[in-house]
Design a protein around this ligand. Structure first.
Ligand code: B16
Ligand code: MG
Length: 241
C-alpha cells in the first residue's frame, strides 16, 4: 500500500515538473526585469563615435575606418582607444592616452548636442511602453559614461527604473558588472532578467552574469543568445506582452 501511494505521489510530481512552464515557453513566463544596452539598442550614436574617433585618428596620423569603428561597439572608451592605437607605430604613455580619450569625448559630447527626441524611434518607444505595462521593471546597462546625457537628449531622462552605466563600473563588457549592477539597482535576481544587446561582448557579459540575452544585429548570431531578434518590437512577443 505504502509502495502504491509512493508510486502515485512520485508520478503526480513527475507530471507536475514536466508540465511546469519554463521561461522559454513564449508568453507563459515573463521576465521581471529587462535591461537594455543603450547605443545600438535604444538609439544609435555610432556615427558620432566614428566622427570623434576619426578626428583624433587623423590628428595623430593613424588609419581608422568604419570597420574598425564596428569593433568599438559596447567597448569602453579606453579599450576603444587601445583598439585604434593597434595601428599606431608610436607608443603612448597612460597620461597621453587619457588626454586623447578626453579630447575625443569632448568632440563626441559636442556632436551629441545634435540628438533630439527625433532620434528615439516610435517602435522603440511603443515597445518600451508595452513592456512596462506587462509589469516588468526596465533598466539601462550601458558601457557609456555619457548614457544619462544621451537619454536626456532623446527624451528618456526619467523613463527607466534604474541606470547602470560606465560611471558605476570598473570592468566593461564582456565582464558582467554593468548588468549585475543594473539587476541589483532593480532589486532583482539575474535569472529573472533579460538583457537586450547589439554587441557580441554584451551577450558574453549577459551569459557570464547568469542572464538570458536577446540579441539584435550582430549579437543575434552569438551562439549563447537565448533570443535572436530581428526588430526591437520582437521583445513584446518574448515577454508575452
Ligand atoms: P563613452 P553601449 C558603448 O555604449 C558604445 O557602444 C561604445 O562604442 C563606447 O565606446 C562605450 O559605450 C563607451 O562610451 O565614451 O560614451 O563612455 O553600447 O554599452 O550602450
Ligand atoms: Mg551597444
Amino acid at each position: 500500500m505504502t509502495a502504491v501511494c509512493f508510486g502515485l505521489a512520485s508520478g503526480i510530481l513527475a507530471a507536475f515538473i514536466k508540465s511546469k512552464p519554463t521561461r522559454r515557453d513564449k508568453g507563459i513566463m515573463r521576465y521581471q526585469g529587462i535591461i537594455f544596452d543603450l547605443d545600438g539598442v535604444i538609439c544609435f550614436t555610432d556615427k558620432y563615435h566614428y566622427q570623434a574617433w576619426k578626428a583624433l585618428a587623423d590628428e595623430i596620423g593613424v588609419y581608422f575606418d568604419e570597420t574598425i569603428n564596428n569593433r568599438l561597439r559596447g567597448v569602453s572608451r579606453m579599450a576603444s582607444l587601445d583598439i585604434i592605437l593597434e595601428r599606431s607605430e608610436k607608443e603612448y604613455t597612460q597620461e597621453e592616452k587619457e588626454q586623447m580619450a578626453a579630447k575625443k569625448n569632448e568632440v563626441y559630447r559636442g556632436l551629441l548636442q545634435q540628438m533630439s527626441e527625433a532620434d528615439l524611434s516610435a517602435e522603440v518607444k511603443e515597445t518600451l511602453d508595452v513592456l512596462r505595462a506587462s509589469g516588468a521593471k526596465l533598466a539601462i546597462g550601458s558601457s557609456s559614461k555619457n548614457a544619462k546625457l544621451i537619454l536626456g537628449r532623446i527624451g528618456l531622462g526619467d523613463y527607466f527604473d534604474a541606470i547602470s552605466d560606465g560611471t558605476n563600473i570598473t570592468h566593461s563588457k564582456p565582464n558582467p558588472e554593468v548588468f549585475l549592477k543594473a539587476a541589483e539597482f532593480l532589486g532583482l535576481d539575474p535569472k529573472d532578467c533579460l538583457v537586450v544587446e547589439d554587441a557580441l561582448a554584451g551577450i558574453e557579459a549577459a551569459v557570464a552574469g547568469g542572464f538570458d540575452g536577446a540579441g539584435i544585429g550582430e549579437a543575434a548570431t552569438h551562439e549563447k543568445v537565448s533570443w535572436p531578434i530581428k526588430t526591437f518590437a520582437d521583445l513584446k512577443q518574448i515577454q508575452g506582452a
